[in-house]
Design a binder for this molecule. Structure first.
Ligand SMILES: [Zn+2]
Length: 200
């Protein structure tokens, strides 16, 4: 809003394009990477839990993305998605791959040593093992809702021993909206294009 005013006042000045201030409300890196993890989670078929993970190297380049799902080639219509059943084989747990596993396995770099993982949920003990063995050095998580479970307790124990740092993410905004139509009418883009649009 004052952004638009700023830009407008610049436009009213003399040949202002080069003087226009850069946008101030752009997504910062941590917000961006966590949002990528959350967007990826929207691919999950799990009816109860959608978790995404995004691995970033020291140059702020994304080297792996994953979400929770059944293993490749295993028809996810033929495997159970329930959380509880008389027989554990009728729950999802023996089959599902967590987001962290998929993000590591999906890496598009030779390895993920020294990388940071952004993940929606604090990693379980099985994922902690993978994170440690993969050489990931930092974990940024959003929710820690299973903090008191044995899986998370064991996970913290392993991460602590291995020297993997973990930190809860505190988002600056509670939601990030992706609006496909904004490309046609966003304030910033419109202001940017104003001069070009005046001639035709
Ligand atoms: Zn896990």
């Amino acid at each position: 809003m004052d952004q638009t005013e700023n830009n407008t006042s610049h436009l009213n000045g003399t040949h202002s394009e080069g003087l226009m201030k850069k946008r101030q409300d752009y997504l910062e890196w941590p917000e961006y990477f966590m949002a990528v993890a959350f967007l990826s989670a929207q691919r999950s078929k799990d009816p109860n839990s959608q978790v995404g993970a995004c691995i970033v190297n020291q140059e702020n380049k994304i080297v792996g993305i994953g979400y929770n799902g059944m293993p490749n080639g295993c028809d996810d219509d033929l495997l159970p998605w329930s959380r509880s059943a008389d027989n554990k084989l009728d729950t999802k747990y023996p089959y599902v791959c967590h987001a962290e596993l998929n993000a590591i396995m999906n890496k598009n770099s030779a390895d993920v040593k020294g990388c940071t993982m952004y993940v929606a949920l604090f990693p379980c003990n099985e994922c902690a093992k993978l994170i440690i063995q993969a050489g990931i050095k930092d974990v940024i998580y959003l929710s820690d809702k299973y903090h008191d479970s044995p899986e998370m307790t064991a996970s913290r124990r392993l991460l602590n021993l291995a020297g993997v740092a973990y930190k809860q993410f505190e988002p600056k905004q509670s939601r990030i909206v992706i609006d496909f139509s904004s490309i046609n009418h966003s304030g910033m883009n419109r202001v940017n294009c104003l001069e070009g649009l005046q001639s035709p």
